[in-house]
Design a protein around this ligand. Structure first.
Ligand code: JHZ
Length: 416
C-alpha cells in the first residue's frame, strides 16, 4: 500500500535540520475523520502525531506530513456551527472594509473558504468575493449559498483561474488555514500573484504564545503542520515578495493573531516597526525561543492527562453520567491521547448537522444533536470545544439549573 505520509528532516520555513522533538501524541486517527455506523468495524487509518521545534527560526511544527487529499477532499468541519465565530467573521469584514476602503468594485479572495461563511459577510457589504477550497462537499454548499468558489488548493492553477475570471484582489484572506499548508514559500508566491499592487494579505491563526501558555495541546494535530509566532514569519518574509506591516491579537480560538502583509514595493501602508519589535521581545521574554519552554509544556500536558483521567474515573466510580460537548477536531485529539472512550463518555453532542449520527474517530463515541442532553440529563458535560466556553455555557444555563456541571479541561481542570 502507498505510504500516505512522510517525515520531515528540515524545518519547513528556514530549512534547518536542528529540530528538537518535544511532544509525541501517539499514532492516532485523523481528528476530522468521523465514522459512519456501518464502517465501525473497518480498520481506521492512523498516523503519527509528533511535534518538533526548530531551534534556528523557532517554528513549532509537525514531523509527519499526511497527504492533504486524505484530509481535505471531504471536510466535515464548518465555521458556521458557532455564533461566536460568525460574529468574529462579521467583525473582520466590517473592520477591513473600513480600514482598506473597500467598495463595490473591490475583490476579496478567501483561501480555504470552507462553506463561504466569511465571504458571505463581505458579500453582505456589497463587496465582490471569490473563495478557493479543496473540499468538494463544501464548495457545493458555498455555491448554493451564492459564494463563487474555485475547487482546489491555493496554487498556480487556482490563482490563474481567479485572475482570469475575477481579476486581482484588494484583499486576500487566510483565516485558520496557513497552518494547513506545507509549502509556505509557494503560498506567498501565489498570494503575490493574487494581489493588486497595493493589495493586502491578512492571515489569522491561533497564536503560539497562547497555545503554550494555556496548555492548548489538543490543537496540535495532523491538519496543522505549523504553529506560528512572529519570529519564523520574519524568516518567511525574507524569502518572499511580501512584507509584514501590522499585527493584531484577538481572543478567538483561545487566542489568535492577525498578520497584515503588503507587497514589498508598495508604499501605501506604513510598517509598524515598533509594534513588531515589541512583540518579538515579548516572545523572547515568554521563552518561545527556548527549548526548555517546550520541554516544560510537554511535562504539563502529561500531568493534565493524569489529572483528568483520574478525575473522570472517580466520577464513573460514583456512577455519574458524563457526555462530551462539541465533537471538535481538538476534542478528538484529547479523547484519543487521554484514552477516553465509551466507558467514560455516553455520547458527544455537536451543533454541526454533518457530524450528527456519526462516531468519533478512534474512540467511536456516538455524536448527537445538542438537545439530547435535556432528554438524558447527564451529570457532567466535558467541554471538548473549550474555545467556545462562553457561547456554550450561556446557551446551556438550563443544564446548570438542572444541577449539571461542566468540566473544562484546560488550561487546568475547572468544574463549573
Ligand atoms: P472548532 C477546526 O478545528 C478545524 P475544531 C480547522 N483545522 C481549524 O483550524 C479550526 O477549526 C479553526 C461544536 N459546537 O471550531 C461545533 C457545538 O456543538 O473549535 C464544532 O464541531 N455547539 C479548520 O474542529 C465544535 O463544537 C456550540 O454551541 O477543533 C467546535 O469546533 C458551538 C459554539 C460549537 O474547531
Amino acid at each position: 500500500m502507498k505510504k500516505n505520509y512522510y517525515t520531515i528532516k528540515n524545518c519547513r520555513i528556514c530549512g534547518s535540520q536542528n529540530l528538537f522533538d518535544f511532544l509525541d501524541l501517539g499514532v492516532t486517527p485523523l481528528p476530522n475523520e468521523f465514522i459512519r455506523k456501518e464502517d465501525l468495524n473497518k480498520k481506521e487509518a492512523k498516523f503519527p502525531l509528533r511535534v518538533t521545534y526548530c531551534t534556528n527560526c523557532s517554528l513549532v511544527q509537525l514531523k509527519d506530513v499526511v497527504d492533504p487529499e486524505i484530509m481535505f477532499r471531504n471536510y466535515l468541519y464548518i465555521p458556521s456551527s458557532s455564533q461566536t465565530r460568525l460574529a468574529h467573521f462579521k467583525q473582520i469584514a466590517e473592520d477591513t472594509k473600513k480600514r482598506f476602503n473597500l467598495t463595490s468594485t473591490s475583490l476579496v479572495v478567501d483561501i480555504g473558504s470552507n462553506d463561504g461563511s466569511l465571504l458571505n459577510c463581505y458579500k453582505n457589504l456589497e463587496i465582490n468575493v471569490v473563495g478557493i477550497d479543496p473540499a468538494e462537499n463544501l464548495v457545493k454548499v458555498a455555491k448554493l449559498n451564492g459564494i463563487p468558489t474555485i475547487l482546489g488548493y491555493i496554487d498556480k492553477n487556482s490563482v490563474r483561474s481567479v485572475n482570469k475570471i475575477y481579476g486581482k484582489a484588494d484583499i486576500t484572506l487566510a483565516t485558520n488555514v496557513i497552518a494547513h499548508i506545507n509549502n509556505l514559500s509557494s503560498l506567498m508566491d501565489s498570494v503575490d500573484q493574487l494581489l493588486k499592487e497595493d493589495g493586502v494579505f491578512i492571515m489569522q491563526f491561533p497564536y503560539l504564545m497562547d497555545l503554550i501558555d494555556k496548555n492548548q495541546f489538543d490543537t496540535l494535530y495532523h491538519e496543522h503542520l505549523s504553529y506560528f509566532c512572529l519570529k519564523p514569519l520574519m524568516y518567511l518574509e525574507k524569502k518572499s515578495k511580501l512584507e509584514i506591516f501590522d499585527i493584531e491579537r484577538n481572543d478567538l480560538d483561545g487566542g489568535s493573531i492577525r498578520i497584515f502583509w503588503k507587497k514589498k514595493r508598495s508604499k501605501k501602508y506604513k510598517v509598524e516597526k515598533t509594534k513588531l519589535v515589541k512583540l518579538l521581545e515579548q516572545e523572547e521574554l515568554f521563552g518561545l525561543y527556548n527549548k526548555s519552554t517546550y520541554k516544560n509544556f510537554s511535562v504539563r500536558i502529561s500531568k493534565l492527562k493524569k489529572e483528568l483521567v483520574i478525575y473522570l474515573a472517580k466520577l464513573k466510580n460514583k456512577k455519574k453520567h458524563i457526555v462530551g460537548y462539541g465533537a471538535a477536531a481538538k476534542g478528538n485529539i484529547l479523547l484519543n491521547y487521554f484514552n477516553i472512550g465509551v466507558r467514560i463518555l455516553d455520547y458527544i453532542v455537536d451543533s454541526t448537522p454533518y457530524k450528527q449520527g456519526l462516531y468519533s474517530p478512534g474512540t467511536h463515541i456516538p455524536i448527537h444533536e445538542e438537545s439530547r442532553i435535556y432528554d438524558t440529563k447527564p451529570d457532567y458535560l466535558l467541554l471538548l470545544a473549550w474555545n467556545f466556553k462562553d457561547e456554550i455555557l450561556s446557551k446551556n444555563k438550563a443544564f446548570k439549573r438542572l444541577g449539571g456541571h461542566f468540566i473544562i479541561p484546560n488550561p487546568k481542570i475547572e468544574i463549573i
